[in-house]
Design a protein around this ligand. Structure first.
Ligand code: S3P
Length: 181
């Protein structure tokens, strides 16, 4: 059973795990609204994420991220894609579970690294050794993802469409939805 009465699907997982692309597919198939918490932060801050980090620091970004989760509390029938670090604050873990059915998307460290190295818009990976940063962050965050999610899906060798199908099937089970797919 989901920990929430709201029929939202919440996607958590490391940067590059496919939350936004898979989330958009799920929302399209279910006729749900797609919400990307990073995009809401950007809209509210009036600047992109690298600028929020550079001008105000990570702690400020985390506050904005929590405020977005809080503002989602009354929403229903949304697919909510979150930033990879949303689970770092313990309070967020509770908020996420209240929002709906929480799915943790994972991929192998190698695949994550390949995906995130394609662009330079992630402030936390602008380090001397991004490969090592990915490994360390993955290891330190894993328990928090595990604690928050009700279902885990490894997308390493899956197409986005196949991953969306699996999440939808699990959500149907979690929400006890009846009827045709
Ligand atoms: C972050 C992940 C990013 C974004 C910010 C911080 C993180 O989102 O929220 O750069 O701490 O892992 P994506 O997971 O969508 O890249």
């Amino acid at each position: 059973m989901p920990a929430s009465a709201h029929q939202n699907i919440v996607l958590i997982g490391f940067m590059g795990s496919g939350k936004s692309s898979i989330g958009r597919l799920i929302a399209g198939r279910l006729g749900f609204q797609f919400v990307d918490t990073d995009a809401v932060v950007v809209e509210r801050a009036g600047m992109d994420i690298p600028k929020v980090f550079a001008r105000h620091g990570e702690a400020h970004f985390r506050k904005l991220e929590t405020a977005v989760l809080e503002s989602m509390a009354m929403r229903d029938r949304c697919v909510i894609s979150t930033g990879g670090g949303v689970i770092v604050r313990p309070g967020n873990r509770t908020l996420l579970r209240r929002l709906g059915f929480v799915v943790w998307l994972t991929a192998s460290e190698e695949v994550i690294y390949q995906r995130v190295s394609r662009n330079k818009r992630r402030p936390l990976l602008q380090t001397e050794n991004p490969r090592e940063t990915v490994a360390k962050l993955l290891e330190s965050r894993e328990p928090a993802y595990a604690e928050t999610a009700q279902f885990r899906l490894d997308t390493t060798v899956m197409s986005r469409a196949a991953a969306a199908d699996v999440v939808i099937a699990e959500a149907r089970r979690a929400f006890s939805w009846q009827g045709p797919a």
